[in-house]
Every structure is written in C-alpha cells, then in structure tokens.
Design a protein around this ligand. Structure first.
Ligand SMILES: [Zn+2]
Ligand SMILES: [Zn+2]
Length: 258
C-alpha cells in the first residue's frame, strides 16, 4: 500500500515546505483520507483517479479544499465523488459546508453524466469497502464526532488516527488486528502545552507515549502526523527524545510504501 501525506504549505518560491497545515492522505493514488489539501496538493493524474474520499471529521483543516476538488471535476465526472463518513459528519458537511452559502450543495447537483457527489454512510466498528480497500472506522476522542481508521488491501494493513485525545477504542481495535504494518498517529502540541492539547482534544509527545503503552504489538512503523506548524521543531525534538527507533515524522509529498 502506498500512502502519501499531501503537501499543504508552499514557500514563496512555490516549493512544498514540510509544515502540515491541512490534512489529506492519498492511498494508492485512488482513495483519499480527509481532504484538507485534496483540491490543491494532488497531481493531475491523482485528480483523474481519486473518486473515494473518507472524511474522519469535519474540522476545516480536514475538509478545506474538498469543495474545490469537486468543483474542478464538476463537468467531467463520469461517476460521482463518493464521500465516506459517519452520519454525524455527513450532517455537518451538508449543514455547514455544502449549504449553498459557503459552497453549493453538490449532493443535489448533476452534470451531463449524472450525480457529482454521493455520500456513503459508514458505521462505527463495521468494515466497509472503499475503492480497492477495506476500512473500519473507529470512534476516537475529539471535540467533534471523529473516527480513526484501520485500512487493508490484500497484503498490508495500516492503522490511522489523526486528531484524537487519549482514547481506548482505537487501541483495542488496533490490538485485535492480525497484523498492522504501520501506524499513523497525531502529535499536535509540545509537552509544554499539555493544557491546550487536552482542551482541544489533541496529543503531545508525552501523551502519545502514554497512548503507545496501550499498543500490544511491536515491529510496526509509527509515523507522527498533524504537528502544529508553529511548534514543529519543538515537537520533533520531543518525539526524538522518546527514543523509539520505529517512530518518525511523516513528511509531506513523500510516498511511503507498506
Ligand atoms: Zn480536528
Ligand atoms: Zn486537524
């Protein structure tokens, strides 16, 4: 399985910079997990192949350019873009994003070939098919309804939770899998900002370490994501100080293969 964190910051020369301001992961050029930079960070090839988008939660850093992605494709789509989300999340997207005020309600619109957007409701802890993958959404602990994911193809399985505070559900689900090749997990704030991290339902390197103590498996790659750009260097230093050889920081634009 190939997974890429899309770039979401460019410097003044137009180059991709390492800060993650928006969240969007592309799996095998076909499936997107969240859509923060989906409308702006993909190649033309990916724009022609991605039709399945899982939305973990409706925060703007995770859906910011979803309307732009669909808008770009509007006249040429021969099949709808499918958005996979829990009903809570679908309701918020319809009420607060695709509400005719912020952007058109694409779920009510068609082009010459048919519908342009279709929602696929997913249910907590129940496996669903998304493109060529199987996925299970696991509710995690965040300030709005949010899921982590376990995603498999025929050969590998990854576990993914971006935004979450301390949680048990997710680790129980990860521990019950036969095998996990890689874990993607957030580490938003430095340890000095534990209070803000807790208030906004995020992790620090220290609370990540406490969460990883719930992980009953070794030998998997752990990639830290969702590091707040302002505190990036500090968080990276604190992650290094955890002294975990299998833990690294995920870099945008790079294709990781598991
Ligand atoms: Zn969030
Ligand atoms: Zn976020």
């Amino acid at each position: 399985m190939k997974i890429q964190l899309l770039p979401s910051s460019i410097d003044s020369t137009g180059q991709c910079s390492p800060e993650q301001r928006l969240t969007c992961f592309v799996v095998d050029d076909h499936v997107a997990i969240d859509a923060g930079s989906l409308g702006i960070g993909i190649t033309d090839h990916q724009r022609s192949t991605i039709r399945d988008v899982i939305i973990t939660h409706p925060h703007i850093d995770h859906v910011a350019s979803l309307p732009i992605f669909i808008d770009d494709l509007f006249s040429s789509l021969k099949q709808p873009v499918k958005i996979y989300a829990t009903q809570d999340v679908i309701d918020i997207l319809e009420r607060d994003l695709f509400n005719w005020a912020l952007y058109p309600r694409f779920s009510e619109l068609s082009n010459d070939y048919g519908r342009v957007l279709e929602y696929v409701q997913v249910f907590p802890n129940q496996e669903f098919s998304v493109g060529h993958l199987k996925a299970t959404a696991i509710p995690v602990s965040h300030s709005v309804p949010t899921v982590g994911l376990i995603i498999s193809d025929s050969t590998s399985t990854i576990a993914f939770s971006s935004d979450t505070a301390k949680t048990d559900n997710f680790w129980t689900a990860v521990n019950s899998e036969k095998s996990i090749d890689a874990l993607f997990i957030e580490s938003s704030f430095p340890n000095s900002m534990t209070q803000l991290a807790e208030a906004s339902y995020h992790l620090t390197p220290q609370s990540l370490l406490e969460e990883l103590a719930k992980l009953e498996r070794q030998n998997l790659d752990i990639l830290a994501v969702h590091i707040k750009p302002t505190f990036r260097e500090e968080v990276i230093e604190e992650l290094k100080a955890l002294n975990m050889p299998n833990l690294r920081v995920m870099k945008p634009g790079i294709v990781y293969e598991f």
